[in-house]
Design a protein around this ligand. Sequence first.
Ligand SMILES: [Zn+2]
Length: 104
Amino acid sequence: MRRCDTCGRTGNATIGMGGATICNQCEPDVREEMDRLRQAGQPVNVMHIARRIFRATNRGSDFLLKDWPADLRALAEDRASRDGTSIRELILSAVEAYVSGGST
Ligand SMILES: [Zn+2]
């Protein structure tokens, strides 16, 4: 199940738009912003729109991981790349599995 880049949730039907994953709940808001930018003659970047909406509704959601061992980080980046995902998605999936009682 893909995670929506706008709301951060999984579980809703999603579509790919401009490199971003958008759920059916967020799609109208993203399209509205796309239309607004087009009418203003400004560039439209769906991922930037999704992230901007996410940040506006999830203040304080950043987390900086300090002193991450370089070898572990490199292994994680290699695996994420092979799996076609990101470090962000890898960490979020691991945390979701942990809090739901699954294994990490
Ligand atoms: Zn969404």
